[in-house]
Design a protein around this ligand. Structure first.
Ligand code: GAR
Length: 193
């Protein structure tokens, strides 16, 4: 794909629930000329998500949705995405499971980053489970989202070695550093096909 500039960039929403370090790395990526996307919207299910501060810092619109009534909320969310002409959704530490109908509506347009070498360790507590199983390697995966949890087509993975005295915390930190590089690479990969 040729370089996209300014308003030609693909309008993207990033969904977060927590710290938002992947959001931050994606924002940094969008500041580079090679980025095919621009982040227009930050969505969170959590009013207290630390990552929401990046909305203020980088002047990106942010919206908080309460997912208690999923159907109702997703309908409002769809309107918001439409109104902002969002074409791509990047889940970045977003801890809600989106409904099948929402995912179908945005088929092929939702990406997720997951802290394991999928298909191993879908779901939560990935680092703990990898350590308990005495795995030699773990890592992270960027994949398309389909209606089965953490099961969509894999775009890119990065492997990291698990050291002898590795803890859940040290492994999480090490993998997060790789996540920050992998997500932009995966976006470049899908838009250069
Ligand atoms: C990241 O490690 C991400 O892979 C993980 O949550 C963390 C969010 O960190 N996502 C999941 O576990 C999704 N199932 P961040 O808020 O600092 O980007």
């Amino acid at each position: 794909m040729a370089l996209l500039t300014g308003s030609n960039k693909i309008k993207t929403a990033v969904f977060i629930s927590g710290k938002g370090s992947n959001l931050r790395s994606l924002i940094k990526f969008t500041k580079t000329i090679k980025s095919p996307i621009s982040i227009e919207l930050i969505i969170s299910d959590n009013l207290k998500a630390k990552g929401l501060k990046y909305g203020k810092i980088f002047r990106i619109k942010k919206k908080i949705f309460n997912f208690k009534n999923k159907k109702f909320t997703e309908n409002k969310l769809i309107s918001t995405l439409k109104n902002n002409e969002i074409k791509i959704i990047c889940l970045a530490g977003f801890m809600q499971i989106l409904s099948k109908s929402f995912i179908k509506r945005f088929k092929g347009k939702i990406l997720n980053i997951h802290p394991s070498l999928l298909p191993k360790y879908k779901g939560l507590n990935t680092h703990k489970r990898a350590l308990n199983d005495n795995e030699k390697y773990s890592g992270c995966t960027v994949h398309f989202v389909n209606t089965k949890l953490d099961s969509g087509k894999i775009i890119l993975q990065k492997k990291v070695k698990i050291l002898k005295n590795e803890t859940e915390n040290s492994l999480a930190k090490k993998i997060l550093v790789e996540e920050h590089k992998l997500y932009p690479k995966a976006i470049l990969k899908i838009f250069s096909l």
